[in-house]
Design a protein around this ligand. Structure first.
Ligand SMILES: [Cu+2]
Length: 176
C-alpha cells in the first residue's frame, strides 16, 4: 500500500515537473500532396540533430531537373494552388538565397531524375521541430515548385507554381 502511494506520487511529480520542452517529438513527418493540377507527391521526415534538423524523404512525379523546395509560413494546403501557405518561412527577415544564407525556409532545389524521382537527404539550420521553439517549423508548409529556384531572386527564387504541398508534422495540411 505504501509502495503504491509512493508510485502514484512519483507519477504525479513526473507529470508536474515535465516542461513543454521535454514533451516535443524528435521526429515529424510530412505528406506532400499534388497541387496546381500536378502529379507530384512524396513523404518527408524531419529529425532533430542537436541544433540542426535532418531532412530525408522521397518525392515522385515531377519532370527531370532541379525544382525549388521551401518551407512556407503556413501549413494550410487548402488552396488548389497552395497559395494559402503564404511566403517562404523567414523569421530572420532576410532576403531569399541559398540554404543557410537566405530565408530559414530556403531549402534550395530537389534534383529529379529521368523517372521523376528525387531523394532528399539534407541537414538544415536555423529552424527547430520543437513546436514550442520560436523558430519552429511544426505546422508550417512544405512546398515543391514547378521550376528551379535560382537562389537569388527575392523573395521567391523565381521557382514558379506550387506543385506539391504538405503541412509539416501534420499530414492533413492544417495549421496548428
Ligand atoms: Cu516556395
Amino acid at each position: 500500500m505504501k509502495a503504491a502511494l509512493i508510485m502514484t506520487a512519483c507519477a504525479f511529480l513526473l507529470t508536474a515537473c515535465a516542461t513543454p520542452s521535454d514533451l516535443w517529438k524528435k521526429e515529424v513527418n510530412t505528406v506532400l500532396e499534388p497541387s496546381s493540377g500536378s502529379h507530384v507527391y512524396g513523404t518527408v521526415k524531419f529529425t532533430a540533430a542537436g541544433s540542426q534538423v535532418i531532412v530525408t524523404g522521397e518525392v515522385w512525379g515531377h519532370g527531370r531537373g532541379s525544382k525549388g523546395f521551401h518551407i512556407h509560413e503556413k501549413g494550410d494546403c487548402s488552396d488548389p494552388k497552395a497559395m494559402s501557405t503564404g511566403g517562404h518561412y523567414n523569421p530572420g527577415t532576410v532576403v531569399h538565397g541559398e540554404p543557410g544564407l537566405g530565408h530559414a525556409g530556403d531549402l534550395g532545389n530537389l534534383v529529379f531524375d529521368d523517372r521523376g524521382r528525387a531523394t532528399i537527404n539534407m541537414k538544415i539550420s536555423g529552424v527547430s521541430i520543437n513546436r514550442y521553439a520560436p523558430n519552429s517549423i511544426v505546422g508550417r508548409g512544405l512546398i515543391v515548385h514547378a521550376d528551379q529556384d535560382d537562389l537569388k531572386t527575392d523573395p521567391t527564387g523565381n521557382a514558379g507554381g506550387r506543385v506539391a504541398c504538405g503541412g509539416i508534422g501534420n499530414p492533413r495540411g492544417l495549421t496548428y
